[in-house]
Design a protein around this ligand. Structure first.
Ligand SMILES: [Zn+2]
Length: 501
């Protein structure tokens, strides 16, 4: 028995000016994504769906082929040649012959020539082999298309956000395939969507309505479904099928799959207003955060300020400075900020050397034409505290054990504010991003994070209070700043007035 196991993950923010070259799909300093044994070694034993696939295949005594393991931080559209460079090795491995295919995909990859990158990959695989069982693990932020469902045999998506169940999702997607090969089940899938774009800031699974929706999906699995996935979707993608969808996999029972699908879709639609995010003006947020910190006692947990318009894990440039400038102007003290993406400034800091003073035009190097904003650096003078290669391994709970790479990294001290400056985009969802630089955010009064929901993986228990700060960026929480031309209309909440009940 021969099983092809591969990873090709990207969440594409079609409003993002951040490019998506092949080197972005690596986790160790550029180059090309790992292939063959290197792909296996990079993810075996980690908290990822790919690791779960490897374990399932090894338990079954299968020969494993790992043509590629490619994963990038979210950014703009993927060039078609980059897509082909990743899809090609997977197609070749399937063409060489196999008994099953297990794919760790994201489900929101927009390629220059294809709105649905995952669907295009699966369509190509089906052309090569019409019958091979294909199991696919997907992110909760999948924007679902017919090509994905129709060309796969079984699908499962994350049921947690922040995403802590990568491994479990791989098991849920892979088990029906292994059982099918043993002749025990006949996976049957029903999928559907509703015309709604749930706001990312309202999608966390600690909060309603997604908490209850995901609990119900898990309950359906305990009641006999092979896999039930409610995808909240990724709204910063101006493509036809952006938004919420449901996929239910049963053992040969289409009527039951459709009934469960419709129950979840109807419930999500009924709760659509709770997926809408309300924005607080930045000045009020900063004042509220400052007051919360001032009221604290020594030893208290930090107050977290979220710069959620500029989140690298949603395609943000991670170099917008609106919130940071506000912080520096408001006299915050005892703070660490993660992070500003500015490779040039890191080089200047490295050249100046640890302990020395530098003056920088920090951040603001990227224009954001989709929202009509130019990059605006903030002029700062500070002391170089530390220079690092920016590499660390996740301590978990999210993607435990996976090698991460922020690129050359510097810590700049401006009075009581430490700013981490990085050269590769990195979401602050793991404590080791800080601890690897000798900074313990738990001991600060304030922590500024360019994040939206994923920070909760590492920080929800560590923060005394979280203040969401409306800054500037291409993952803006204000949909009015974005021009949607391709998403199906009407869609909630963009067309509030035109919705049927
Ligand atoms: Zn996601």
């Amino acid at each position: 028995m021969r099983i092809v196991i591969a990873m090709m993950k990207h969440e594409t923010n079609t409003f993002s000016p951040v490019p998506s070259p092949l080197s972005r799909f690596t986790r160790d300093g550029g180059g090309e994504p790992p292939r063959g044994q290197a792909a296996y070694d990079a993810f075996k034993g980690t908290g990822t769906s790919m690791a779960a696939f490897i374990d399932l295949a090894e338990e079954a005594g299968a020969e494993i082929v790992t043509p590629i393991a490619a994963s990038a931080a979210p950014s703009g559209k993927v060039p078609t040649d980059v897509f082909n460079a990743m899809a090609g090795p997977i197609c070749e491995a399937v063409e060489a012959g196999c008994d099953a295919v297990l794919l760790d995909l994201h489900g929101a990859m927009v390629v220059a020539d294809y709105d649905d990158g995952e669907g295009e990959l699966l369509r190509r695989l089906r052309e090569i082999n019409a019958d091979v069982p294909i199991g696919v693990a997907l992110d909760m932020h999948t924007n679902m298309y017919d090509h994905i469902v129709n060309n796969a045999t079984a699908l499962a998506g994350f049921q947690t956000y922040p995403h802590l169940d990568g491994y479990e999702t791989g098991i849920r997607a892979g088990k029906p395939i292994m059982a099918l090969m043993r002749g025990e089940v006949t996976p049957t899938m029903a999928w559907g969507n509703r015309p709604m774009l749930p706001h990312v800031m309202r999608q966390g699974t600690a909060d309603e309505p997604n908490k209850g929706l995901q609990e119900r999906a898990r309950e359906m699995e305990s009641q006999g479904a092979l896999a039930v996935s409610l995808f909240t979707g990724f709204p910063h993608a101006d493509i036809t099928n952006a938004g919420l969808s449901v996929v239910v996999v049963t053992d040969g029972d289409m009527a039951q799959a459709e009934a469960w699908r419709d129950e979840l879709l109807d419930r999500a639609w009924a709760e659509r207003e709770a997926f809408v995010y309300k924005i607080e003006p930045l000045e009020e947020s900063l004042a509220r955060a400052k007051a919360a910190g001032d009221a604290g006692e020594p030893g208290d947990k930090p107050v977290v300020l979220l710069d959620h318009y500029d989140n690298a894990a949603s395609g943000g440039t991670m170099d917008s400075t609106t919130v940071l400038a506000g912080i520096l102007a408001s006299g915050f003290d005892d703070m660490v900020a993660f992070a500003v993406h500015d490779p040039d400034s890191v080089q200047i800091m490295a050249a100046a050397g640890v302990g020395n003073e530098v003056t920088l035009d920090l951040g603001g190097k990227t224009d954001m034409p989709s929202i009509g904003e130019r990059g605006q650096p903030v002029k700062v003078t500070g002391r170089v505290k530390l220079i690092s290669d920016g590499r660390f391994r996740n301590r978990g709970p999210a993607s435990k054990g996976v090698q991460m790479d922020m690129g050359p990294t510097g810590v700049l001290e401006i009075g009581g504010v430490q700013i981490i400056v990085i050269s590769r985009h990195q979401e602050p969802n793991d404590l080791n991003a800080f601890l690897s630089l000798g900074i313990d955010p738990r001991e600060k009064r304030y922590v500024m994070l360019k994040s939206r929901i994923h920070y909760r993986a590492a920080f929800s228990d560590l923060a005394r209070e979280v203040v969401e700060c409306a800054g500037t960026g291409v993952c803006t929480s204000d949909y009015d700043q974005l021009t949607f031309e391709n998403v199906r209309r009407p869609i909630y909440p963009l067309d509030l007035a035109n919705q049927p009940d």
